[in-house]
Design a protein around this ligand. Sequence first.
Ligand SMILES: Cc1cc2nc3c(=O)[nH]c(=O)nc-3n(C[C@H](O)[C@H](O)[C@H](O)COP(=O)(O)O)c2cc1C
Length: 279
Amino acid sequence: MPEAPQTIENALFERFGERIAVDPGLNGLDELASLAARGVCRRFLARDVPPELLRLLCACALSAPSKSDLQQGEILIVRENDRRARIADLLPSMPWMREAPVFLVFLANGGRLPQLAAMRGKPFPNDHLDLFFNATVDAAIVLATFLRAAEAVGLGCCPISVIRDHARAVSELLELPQKVVPIAGMCLGWPAENGVLTPRLSLPTTVHHERFDDGDLAAQVGAYDRRRAALRPYRNQRDPTRYGQAQFYGWSEDKARQYAVPQRADFGAFVRAQGFHLD
Ligand SMILES: Cc1cc2nc3c(=O)[nH]c(=O)nc-3n(C[C@H](O)[C@H](O)[C@H](O)COP(=O)(O)O)c2cc1C
């Protein structure tokens, strides 16, 4: 087993195609190593996650920073087989939903703030897009922190945004009140396979200095497509009946095909029906 600095350097080279030096005297190298080498998990052992461990992870995740200390990100734990199966029935393309012993739903709760205003007899002139945005950002931070905590103890995770394809049905199943929306689900369990490291866009594409500059985007994306295909080629091409079989099928072709059909075009209507004003 290479030491942590070597693990980090190797993982980041595979991820970004560039050597990044790691000072061996840094604190927290084990955590950086697990972040650098991580991958999503979609196969789980038939082994439960103890409730007290889940509680610990929730507490760590909810220790994340929160916009104005408003604490609008929340976690809903779904353990009951029947309820998990009913959600899984909505998502037949995600069979890992059935294997994972725990399903979580990360919620943006924009309802508590107006409730506080009413409790304290104050006006609430902030029922606009920012309420939804703040709550969503907080919930996303809680999700990311939960993932980090869970992976640190050896659990595997797969966030599931596809629940938003069925946002109304899922919200009814979970009895979500007005101004509470699911931002994503998460399959959680003990991994039955090693996570696979997925290469990312190069750092010059996604890290900017002093001002935004995406340079020659086509060249950068082309280079990424080739670097990624050499390490992790796609097994299947999307929608070949419409687009044919491409000789070279890279990430950008896959994402362009994915988003060539409407995705959750009714999500805004759902969010409005949940009581958020998006103006
Ligand atoms: C907000 C969010 C939603 C996601 N939704 C899904 C999903 O619905 N189904 C799924 O299989 N993976 C989902 N993923 C996992 C991504 O596909 C995965 O993170 C991405 O392919 C990169 O792989 P990696 O995490 O292993 O690096 C989601 C990830 C995030 C962050």
